[in-house]
Design a binder for this molecule. Structure first.
Ligand code: URA
Length: 261
């Protein structure tokens, strides 16, 4: 009877804990095996032995940005760059992601669209911009004759993101994550060599130009990585603020005019 009662109590306690997490917004399990945080806390609170004088400190972990720079510089093709990213183990986001989301569209395109990071659907499919925001993005560019399925460079689109792995719970990317993945983004752009880059939202604007404030910057041509950059509001923002579509349309027309020059 005692064991049955214990099991029932554990079951109810586990269900209550799970419901609490769902309410708090937890939508996926990050690790394969559970981690006992109570044991870790007890371990962390144990007094640390005083370090002997003259003993060298443990080696500092290598700089992930420098490692990323070296790996990206080695890549001589998009396939090699994809393999380099897949082998890059210094970004924690990789551990929680189902798939590496590299790019979509034609590398021959004149226009490269740079987004922020994959969401849940992109993570599942391994392709950028396939959710609701992505469908809007497709419709927006189709309105000026550009498509990720286009084969002719004049009508094609190439789409990638600053981060190739989904941040848990779609949280904003951290500056350290952007900094360590930036060398891969730069190499990606150099290998595709587009005539124009469209940055959609604050994260790619920041990653390429060091600026934030997409609502002020949108529609103003800038220069980064030796090529013209057009900042635009992210399609997810347009879904939440349909009134802003008018400005996005003006930005698309400005892009079209530049391509027709
Ligand atoms: N938002 C992005 O910025 N990129 C994606 O791939 C999907 C949604």
């Amino acid at each position: 009877m005692g064991i049955v009662a214990d099991i029932a109590e554990d079951w109810h306690a586990a269900l209550a804990a799970l419901s609490w997490q769902v309410e708090a917004g937890v939508d996926e399990v990050i690790l394969d095996a559970p981690v006992n945080r109570y044991a870790l806390a007890a371990e962390a609170s144990r007094p640390v032995k005083a370090q002997a004088v003259g003993v060298a400190p443990p080696p500092v972990a290598s700089d992930p940005v420098a490692i990323a720079r070296a790996m990206a510089a080695e890549a001589q093709s998009l396939a090699a760059l994809r393999a380099a990213l897949a082998a890059f183990d210094h970004c924690e986001l990789k551990k929680g992601a189902r798939n590496l989301v590299f790019a979509d569209g034609s590398p021959a395109a004149r226009v490269l669209v740079l987004g922020e990071a994959p969401g849940a659907e992109e993570d599942r499919e391994g392709r950028p911009f396939v959710g609701r925001a992505g469908q809007l993005l497709d419709r927006m560019f189709a309105a000026i004759g550009l498509s990720r399925t286009g084969e002719d460079p004049a009508t094609a689109l190439y789409i990638t993101n600053v981060l190739p792995w989904r941040p848990p719970g779609n949280r904003d990317p951290e500056p350290a994550e952007i900094a360590m993945l930036r060398p891969f983004v730069e190499r990606h752009i150099a290998l595709v060599d587009p005539a124009v880059i469209v940055v959609m939202g604050n994260t790619p604007l920041d990653a390429l130009t060091g600026q934030r404030g997409i609502l002020r910057a949108r529609g103003t041509w800038m220069q980064a990585l030796d090529r013209p950059v057009l900042p635009m509001t992210h399609p997810a923002y347009l879904l939440r603020n349909p009134a802003a579509k008018r400005e996005a349309w003006a930005d698309l027309l400005a892009l079209q005019a530049r391509l027709n020059r």
